[in-house]
Design a protein around this ligand. Structure first.
Ligand SMILES: Cc1ncc(COP(=O)(O)O)c(C=O)c1O
Length: 397
């Protein structure tokens, strides 16, 4: 059986060849394209979302160790970036839909002096950002609308990423528009923007950019099945797939680079094709969700209206997320667990503001399955059959 995996990058060798000749002005043209699309003038681009976020955090007028509230379930680069910027993160529990809400944040804000809140939209789903915005405005809290995982997606007619005092987009692989790199910061406030506009970012060397692009093409695009088989062999010899807790608590060192010209151009190419990328992805996501919804004990957190790259599924059938991922991987389906709650990771437990029972429950119950946009119908029925087999094996059907 062929591997079923999500499409990690939304470009191909033709786009890359075209981008090879991108002029030095590509970054500026890309920024203009984002300005036009998002209707926001104050934009700063960088090689990575975390670089743009760090530049933004550094420009804020808050004292060192000021508190910033973030969800317990989020990509760990977020907490690393906050620590690098010198602020103190506080972890907030999430709701059943994986996101923080006015209910969960207000419980903490009543007792702690919170200056900033960062709200991500995970796996293309959205947090209740308009209610959170209202809460933050009333409470005088600075809001960061982190749409790193929701590029091109709107909520109530407005682009995610534009709801906050500051906003973020990312174009890493597996993002909603997957390139290899790319981060954009949005500002509401002109003065704060001017602080980041001229933030010093280095230019990455030509060989480093091309090494990354070619390895992306080989590892994530054309050679993905071989890479996954190799990874599977290695994992069998070592550990299970699911242990994310042992991430080192050290803050990984990364250089702060500008967005490279070829990557800026690749983003521009992909944005031009965004509608067709989303339409294809929506179709397979919708068909798969319909099929899985028929199974008892399998709930889709995903929405049929979102072009998910990875589809979040809740197992209410009693099978644990860890064993489900192992089982699906043994059938060559690239399933994975959601982000491990930060307070369970080594070195981050003391950032919990209170008990975080809901995020622990979601960690045990929710998994991600790939949107089988590459494998089409056979992929959809392959995943459905795998879920049936899993439920049968566990004696649930
Ligand atoms: C919610 C969120 N914010 C920020 C980032 C950082 O983006 P990047 O990987 O481009 O640095 C990520 C990365 O996955 C993310 O998921």
């Amino acid at each position: 059986m062929q591997y079923i995996f999500a499409k990690p990058v939304d470009w191909n060798i033709k786009n890359l060849l075209f981008s090879a000749f991108a002029a030095a002005k590509a970054e500026q043209r890309m920024e203009n394209e984002i300005r036009r699309m998002y209707g926001i003038q104050q934009i700063k681009s960088a090689s990575l979302g975390r670089t743009a976020l760090k530049a933004g955090l550094n420009a804020l007028p808050f004292a060192e160790n000021s508190r910033i509230l973030i969800p317990d379930i989020v990509c760990p680069t977020v907490i690393y970036t906050i620590l690098k910027a010198g602020y103190r993160p506080l972890l907030c529990d999430v709701e059943d839909d994986l996101h923080i809400s006015v209910r969960t944040i207000s419980g903490i804000c009543r007792h702690q002096d919170i200056r900033m809140i960062l709200v991500p939209h995970l796996y293309g789903l959205n947090a209740p950002i308009d209610e959170i915005r209202k809460y933050c405005r009333d409470a005088g809290i600075f809001l960061i609308d982190d749409a790193a995982q929701a590029v091109g997606l709107k909520y109530r007619g407005q682009y995610l990423g534009t709801y906050g005092d500051m906003g973020l987009l990312s174009f890493g692989p597996y993002k909603n528009i997957g390139i290899s790199r790319g981060g954009f910061l949005f500002w509401n406030d002109q003065n704060l923007f001017l602080h980041t506009k001229h933030a010093e970012l280095k230019t990455e060397s030509f060989p480093d950019v091309w090494k990354r692009l070619l390895s992306c093409l080989l590892k994530l695009h054309y050679g993905r099945p071989f890479f996954l088989s190799f990874q599977e062999m290695k994992k069998k010899k070592t550990d299970k797939h699911c242990d994310q807790k042992r991430l080192p608590p050290a803050i990984p060192e990364e250089e702060d680079y500008k967005l490279s010209a070829p990557e800026a151009n690749l983003i521009r190419c992909a944005l031009k094709q965004m509608d067709s990328i989303f339409t294809k992805r929506l179709q397979t996501a919708r068909d798969l969700i319909k099929k899985l919804k028929q199974l008892e004990g399998i709930e889709c957190l995903a929405s049929e209206k979102i072009p998910h790259v990875k589809i979040p599924i809740r197992l209410s059938c009693g099978i644990s997320a860890a064993s489900a991922v192992d089982f699906l991987r043994s059938l060559k389906i690239e399933a994975e667990r959601i982000y491990c709650p930060l307070h369970l990771r080594e070195g981050f437990g003391h950032y919990a503001a209170a008990a975080l029972p809901q995020s622990e429950k979601l960690w045990e119950q929710v998994i991600l399955i790939p949107n089988p946009v590459r494998s089409g119908r056979p992929g959809i029925s392959g995943i459905r059959k795998a879920f049936e087999q899993m439920l049968k094996k566990a004696g649930r059907i």
